[in-house]
Design a protein around this ligand. Structure first.
Ligand SMILES: [Zn+2]
Length: 405
């Protein structure tokens, strides 16, 4: 039995995805023999209602000088972060000398909007290569993990913050109580925490099981976030659904009683109740849906193989690692994966070792079918790849269900 990372209650997995490599661990052939694997099991805590992983990968194996994810690669995400910054500036910062801190600030995609508005800010990013990219763009970034210890030092050096921001970061951190203690030390009494992460409600509704991978220790919902922060003296003041990463939720938290709680909070909690987010049988049903999705996707790819149709993967996402390894999809079914990120090109996908090729290879000779691993950017990608469709190419997607488009 494992213990809940939040409340220490004993928990058992509701499903196992089996042996899994590091999701972002794209690698050259000489490293195949030393490739690290762990067991990807997901559990739900019936006490504090947090969905989470039971076996965790050492953080230094995931976030390091070769971290393969740069935020600033999608035009849609750039726009999203511009809007995020605008909201923070207009609704959550005091007029006088505000100070904003962002955790996991990556290459500075959000913070640059504070930099350009001459607002005092600081980025904290543990992956050296993306932190350097931020530094090269003139974004103030310290390269380290944020936790209780570093928070006290940052507060002493830079002063206390008015807003603590995070996008697709908080759900990565198993030692989240230390982060919340850190936030408590760093934030001014009236300060706010605003963060967003993939939303558990969307994962359950869309059977988007590819959101479950090593970096995501938690799968948040309003109910579990509220429980977690209450333990640290904060309350959930607002929630805002976001149409990114396949369905995310933005949470606004403040010290209890310092901010009016929006009507959106009880409304979402009620919706989660109806969806069964707090009940174990919901996760049993999710597992059945995931198993059915796997069966259908493998059947479809085997039919393509028999019909001698070429299939290439589109976008070597972290999420694709769960799908490929859980379904057992290798280079016999998907010839290669096209990706625009230079650090991944020429390497192989984690675990199943499908070659990652530059985008030009896809463009020069279209496959018959493209398996869309970046399904959360489907609209942007399909718009960009109209020539692929005109040339007779078809898309395979697997969220919310397996289908050919
Ligand atoms: Zn718990």
């Amino acid at each position: 039995m494992s213990k809940c990372l939040i409340c220490k209650t004993e928990i058992a997995p509701f499903m196992s995805f089996g042996k899994m490599p590091i999701a972002n661990g794209f690698l050259p052939p000489e490293q195949f023999k030393d490739e690290p694997f762990f067991k990807l099991d997901a559990a739900f805590c019936d006490n504090c209602k947090m969905a989470q992983l039971t076996e965790l990968v050492d953080r230094d194996k995931m976030f390091h000088e070769n971290y393969a994810f740069y935020s600033s690669t999608s035009a849609g995400m750039a726009e999203h972060f511009k809007e995020f910054a605008k909201l923070v500036k207009s609704s959550y910062l005091p007029k006088k000398k505000p100070f904003v801190v962002e955790i996991g600030s990556n290459d500075g995609i959000l913070l640059r909007h504070f930099a350009s508005a001459a607002i005092n800010y600081l980025g904290i990013e543990p992956s050296a290569n993306v932190a350097k990219a931020a530094g090269d763009n003139g974004i103030n970034t310290v390269c380290e993990f944020f936790e209780e210890k570093s928070a006290a030092r940052i507060a002493a050096e830079h002063g206390k913050a008015d807003a603590f921001l995070g996008a697709n970061v908080m759900c990565h951190i198993p030692y989240i109580h230390s982060v919340l203690n850190g936030i408590d030390a760093l934030l001014k009494p009236e300060g706010v925490v605003i963060f967003e992460d993939p939303y558990l409600g969307d994962i359950l509704e869309k059977t988007s099981y590819d959101q479950i991978y090593d970096e995501h220790a938690f799968y948040f919902a309003a109910r579990s976030v509220s429980y977690l922060f209450e333990r640290h003296g904060f309350e959930l003041a607002d929630v805002m659904p976001q149409d990114v990463h396949g369905g995310s939720m933005r949470y606004v938290l403040a010290r209890k009683g310092t901010r009016k709680v929006s009507d959106a909070v009880p409304a979402l909690l009620k919706k989660e109740e109806a969806l069964g987010i707090g009940r174990p049988d919901t996760y049993e049903r999710f597992r059945t849906n995931v198993e059915a999705s796997r069966t259908e996707l493998v059947k479809l790819l085997k039919e393509m193989q028999q019909a001698k149709k070429s299939v290439a993967g589109y976008a070597a996402t972290s999420k694709s690692t769960t799908v490929l390894n859980y379904c057992g999809i290798g280079p016999d079914l998907v010839e290669y994966i096209s990706d625009t990120t230079p650090i991944k090109q020429g390497k192989y996908s984690p675990g199943m070792h499908i070659p990652i090729r530059p985008y030009d290879d896809f463009k020069e000779k279209y496959p018959d079918y493209a398996l869309l691993f970046g399904w959360n950017h489907a609209r942007e990608i399909m718009e960009k790849e109209r020539d692929f469709r005109r040339a007779g190419g078809k898309w395979i997607v697997y969220v919310p269900r397996v289908q050919v488009l």
